[in-house]
Design a protein around this ligand. Structure first.
Ligand code: ATP
Ligand code: MG
Length: 385
């Protein structure tokens, strides 16, 4: 790859991908695709260059806007706005001077240099020593502890990249790299956070929402779509199933205090059916342990009776406080606290907290859970982004 000394570009790092051995190329291809989609509308060049991706924005691009969007791409561990110089000590020094002279000028700096091409006629220590002198001349104290800024110099055969601005990425794995998962999404606070975690670990979301309306169009217009819209800012593509609960409800009333746990079992059956249809391997829920009466360990065990697909519960160990903090950072919290006629609230009156699996099996058979799930799915609607 060719670099022009003096140009500024974004160096994108993808940390965890290195752990993936043989799948590495596929992962980087996905990351490349996801970055391109995230930055659609911007003009830039994106190339894979050794252990990083180089993003070259068109002149006069809005770098703040690009950085804000890049921060949402899972699989990016960090990125840097870098100034390019020739891989020669004098050029690197001149570029460092240019960067350090920019306002606001730091009072102190830590200088760090590494070479990925070892045949260069100078060492990293030579580079650091040279820039230390340059910094001192500018009145900037070189420090290794308690410094204000960090100047990082990465040197390859083709160029040196200097940066004072390293941004933390979203981390995780590129969405799609772990396949698909069906995510049980409610209008609440928790399940959108679970969806975010699923995407962070590389799962492409297929959302499934069970609603209390007669007409799917009502649910599609409701706040769950707003939540899915916010989640789509992390990954554009998703499919959403809106499934009515009236078929279930017509059959569940006689189960009294078990109605809520049966509703959960119904949702998991639906999820499994959708997963088979969509080629998903996993189901994800926003359940935590002991958070509400319906989420005791025996209820969690009972509700998944007869479901063969693995169920992931990424929030299992989190407190409500921790989940709320995450929901605010992700951006779903505001929509989640809006009033909504949720199916769970209809069934939530004093639910059983200890459901035995044998009892559960009997009830599932009695209600005809598979038939009800199948019929409900036929009555659902599907939306795509
Ligand atoms: P949330 O805030 O995610 O609604 P919660 O604390 O209200 O969770 P529950 O109502 O018991 O807890 O729901 C537990 C999980 O069941 C949810 O996180 C979600 O994955 C799933 N779920 C609940 N309601 C629905 C629904 N209407 N449609 C689809 N999935 C649902
Ligand atoms: Mg809920």
């Amino acid at each position: 790859m060719e670099f022009k000394p003096g140009e500024e570009l974004v160096v994108v790092h993808f940390g965890e991908l290195w752990l993936k051995g043989r799948n590495r190329n596929e992962y980087i291809r996905l990351l490349d695709k996801n970055i391109r989609e995230q930055l659609s509308g911007e003009s830039f060049e994106l190339k894979w260059y050794f252990d990083r991706l180089i993003l070259r924005p068109e002149k006069n691009s809005d770098m703040t806007a690009i950085a804000t969007r890049l921060k949402k791409v899972f699989g990016v561990s960090a990125f840097e706005l870098s100034l390019v110089s020739k891989p020669e000590i004098e050029s690197i020094d001149a570029a460092a001077k240019k960067l350090l002279s920019r306002k606001p000028r730091p009072e102190s700096v830590r200088i760090d240099s590494h070479r990925s091409y070892k045949q260069l006629p100078f060492t990293s220590v030579d580079v650091v020593n040279s820039i230390k002198k340059t910094a001192a001349k500018l009145g900037i104290e070189p420090k290794t502890k308690g410094y204000e800024k960090e100047l990082d110099i990465s040197i390859t055969k083709d160029a040196a990249f200097l940066t004072l601005d390293r941004e933390r990425g979203a981390r995780g794995l590129p969405v799609g790299s772990s396949g698909k998962a069906v995510i049980l999404i409610s209008g609440g606070i928790d399940s959108p956070v679970a969806a975010w975690y699923a995407m962070k670990r590389g799962l492409e979301p297929v959302y499934l929402h069970v609603h209390a309306f007669r007409d799917n169009a009502y649910a599609e217009k409701g706040k769950v779509s707003g939540i899915i819209g916010t989640l789509s800012s992390f990954y554009l593509h998703s499919k959403s199933y809106f499934v009515p609960s009236y078929i279930f409800q017509a059959n569940s009333a006689k189960f009294g205090r078990y109605e809520l746990i049966l509703l959960k079992a119904f949702m998991l059956r639906l999820a499994e059916k959708v997963a088979e249809k969509e080629g998903a391997r996993l189901i994800v829920t926003g359940e935590s342990l002991g958070q509400v009466a319906s989420q005791t360990s025996s209820n969690l065990a009972a509700e998944e009776q007869g479901v063969n697909m693995p169920i992931l519960r990424p929030l299992i160990g989190l407190d409500k406080e921790e989940i709320i903090t995450l929901a605010k950072t992700i951006g779903t919290y505001e929509d989640s606290i809006k009033p909504y006629q949720d199916v769970c609230s209809i069934n939530a009156k004093n639910p059983k907290t200890s459901t035995k699996t044998v009892e559960m099996k009997k009830m599932l058979k009695d209600i005809g859970i598979n038939r009800i799930a199948g019929r409900s799915l036929k009555a659902s609607s599907v939306a795509s982004t």
